[in-house]
Design a protein around this ligand. Structure first.
Ligand code: NAD
Length: 254
């Protein structure tokens, strides 16, 4: 799909990978709907895109509930009149205050709700939005290499991302059925605030320290580059693209 002139929605675009993807898509000529639960972060992304000469608007939304998804997509479709690209990227970790298996039940459910249900419901809402103009579209989901190998200290996060991988592969058929290509990017460790959110939010969890020692974290822009490739290549559907530094171990990612 040619990106210039299209309308893209990116969730979790108020920080890290989502922000880098939103900025890159705007540079490629898309109008970008920046979605985040965090208003300050989302507005800052819009400010950066606009300052660079791009077009973007912020929609505050929570992708961790069905109502939140429905409201977010309703509002997002109104902004530029349609959607062509949806990047379901928002994600959270269980954190260490306390971590698994003592994490409060609400936190455990929230990780699944945002990381897995958010992607499934976001894909569903995207297909519905694309049907509105009948020209199909592209969905990119953010998985993780934690969905491929074990992540012993945050198994809930690992499971939530494994589900995203299997869901995305199983959505390959939507290309034939709906003219919608669903792909995923599965990053290794990327230099974003989520690394500190493995711990108390200010510093990484103790269990991550050995993996961080001497590790090369990818810049979020590297993930954006891959997302653009997944959007552009019309042959790709149900593709899960692993992006990690060559020195990284498959189970060490966020
Ligand atoms: P981040 O914490 O910098 O950004 C995540 C963004 O998602 C934040 O702006 C946050 O406010 C937003 N968000 C959280 N819950 C939300 C909700 N319910 N509704 C809407 N927005 C919500 O982290 P990041 O590293 O940029 O993470 C982006 C994605 O990449 C996540 O899915 C994460 O699991 C995945 N990922 C990250 C890494 C890494 O090492 N950074 C590795 C693999 C996968």
């Amino acid at each position: 799909m040619e990106i210039a002139g299209k309308v893209a929605l990116v969730t979790g675009a108020g920080s890290g990978i989502g922000r880098a993807c939103a900025e890159r898509l705007a540079r490629e000529g898309a109008k970008v709907v920046v979605v985040d639960i965090d208003t300050a972060g989302g507005e800052e992304t819009v400010r950066r895109i606009t300052a660079a000469g791009g077009e973007a608007a912020f929609v505050q939304g929570d992708v961790g509930t069905p109502e939140g998804i429905a409201e977010t997509f309703r509002a997002a479709k109104r902004v530029f009149g349609r959607l062509d690209i949806v990047h379901n990227n928002a994600g959270i970790m269980t954190g260490d205050t306390p971590g698994w298996p003592d994490a409060p039940l609400e936190k455990v459910h929230r990780v699944i709700a945002v990381n897995t249900s958010g992607v499934i419901m976001g894909t569903r809402a995207a297909v519905e939005a694309f049907r509105g103009h009948g020209e199909g579209g592209v969905v990119v989901n953010t998985a993780s290499i934690a969905g491929l190998g074990p992540l012993p200290f945050d198994p809930v996060y690992a499971a939530s991302k494994a589900a995203v991988i299997h869901f995305t592969k199983s959505c390959a058929i939507l290309k034939e059925l709906e003219n919608v290509r669903v792909n995923a990017v599965a990053p290794g460790m990327v230099d974003t605030p989520i690394i500190a959110k493995t711990g108390d939010g200010t510093r990484p969890a103790k269990w991550l320290e050995p993996s961080l020692e001497g590790a090369v974290l990818l810049p979020p822009e590297r993930i954006a580059e891959e997302v653009v490739r997944l959007i552009r290549d019309d042959a790709l559907a149900g593709e899960v693209s692993v992006v990690m530094h060559e020195s990284a171990q498959p189970a060490a990612g966020g």
